[in-house]
Design a protein around this ligand. Sequence first.
Ligand SMILES: [Zn+2]
Length: 128
Amino acid sequence: MERGIKEAIRPYMALVLLLINLVVDFEVLSKYCHECSLAAKDLGEGSPEFLIWKSGHSEKCMKNFDGSSGSMEMHAAYIVWNRSIFDCAMRYTTILCDGDAKTHQHLNEKKVYGDDVAIEKSVIRPRS
Ligand SMILES: [Zn+2]
């Protein structure tokens, strides 16, 4: 149970790094907002007071993801890949993975750069 709670509040960042160690883009996703948690505890989640507070808080809320913890990486990568052309005027053609191919597969299924462009995968192996 504790592991599930920690995973729920751990934000996920997708980082795009070039070989010169320049961060080009990143996305932070979180399933938790501390202010919402405190307000729900103090005002009562679902109470009229909480709903009024929540409507004024929505632009500052840190919770920006409702999916499963396992899908956070795929979702963050899709956001970064999808905006790369408009925001950075370039395409990310290779993804570095730790062996889990879900994100790589997701990007190719979404065809972020169209039908003709496949994202390549480069696997990072841990040192033994
Ligand atoms: Zn919040």
